[in-house]
Ligand binder design. Sequence first.
Ligand SMILES: [Zn+2]
Length: 467
Amino acid sequence: MSLRLYDTAARAVRAFTPLRAGQASVYVCGLTVQGPPHVGHVRSALAFDVLRRWLAHSGLDVTYVRNVTDIDDKILAKAEAAGVPWWAWAYTNELAVTRAYDVLGVLPPTYEPRATGHVPDMVALMERLVERGHAYAVDGDVYFDVRSFPEYGALTRQRVEDLEPAADTDSDERKRDPRDFALWKAHKPGEPETASWATPWGRGRPGWHLECSAMAERYLGPEFDIHGGGLDLRFPHHENEQAQSRAAGDGFAQYWLHNGWVTLGGEKMSKSLGNTALVDEVVQRVRPVELRYYLVTPHYRSTVEFTDAALAEAGAAYRRLESFVKRAAERVGAGAGKPDLAPEFTAALDDDLGTPAAVAAVHEVVRQGNTALAEGDDEATAAALGSVRAMLGVLGLDPLDPHWSAAGGDDRLTEVADGLVALALDQRQAARARRDYATADAIRDQLAALGVQVEDTPQGPRWELSR
Ligand SMILES: [Zn+2]
């Protein structure tokens, strides 16, 4: 493999060598399903979707796990405020997250485990930690003993002495050290019974960090290749995940990759700051494929400042690529040309997923393709088309991919539909002209049954699809 990745743990670019030849195992922290997703939320899924596609394109059999955190303090609090069961709140938002991923062309993970479905794995992991002297139970809570594990702090290069008390529990004199973090939280009076599970230490619910260690081991084994997530997860979440798993005897992740934030108004997009743009709202204004282009073109480790101007610019750039692909496909056929990647594209992605240079390489081949089209050189047009479609496919941006065509990107189908509706409306006009109102109404009703709403305007009839 010639792929090199920036490993946050090593703070260096390292050659990627998978643990098992021909395979790659990837765990990415998914979302806590406490609300509908905003643009900042989906960047991580998009960044690691490109990684996954590139690993697969490089010939590896990729197992990709992304979890769903479906129980935590915020879910319980928000569900209570909304007057619905916590699981209904979580599930509704999980569906919204899945829809957002799908609309942006994020491939479904190989496995998508929910925290609440893996309590036995978490209990088994805690039992190992208690047995090895790295965890202890107090009144139904279970804590990780940070002083028992000399490697604690290694991922983020911090000394235990310099760390603040763990923020996930109130400062608590029952803990051996204020930095000890909760693996498991005892059921509290007033919390819903359904939000607690039986353990050897009493009923309770998982701490956030524990679930990822348990699920990564369940689906990928004690050692796996790549762990990904947003930059803000490095500490404490990933530090704690690594401590739990390694203290229990697992090798855990060999490479740590972290994506940068999306900011709005210079601040990290976040619900608590109120500076969010919901995916659902943005895709009403721009096509989902253009939002994807906007988010995957910058390097995954860079910060993306979300602005309408930058989004419009990205849309225009994508349409230049799309226009070439569609015109070339009409001229030489969509399947023409070999799927050869430009060498600059391959080199860019192999260099820590350098998407800016990779996208620049696509634009360069499109420029050559446009020249070939203008000169009527079908052979060169086909070569450029095959290459551009293959490269855009790696980025999940091929305009002729059925995912985007089915989402309304197919101009040809729209044209045909327009023509057919116009034909029906002409028939209706003709019926009305001869005062055959029964036929005119029947045509209108049949269109309505197909979801075509007709409105009579002074300029003639107009139509649109009803939802
Ligand atoms: Zn995690």
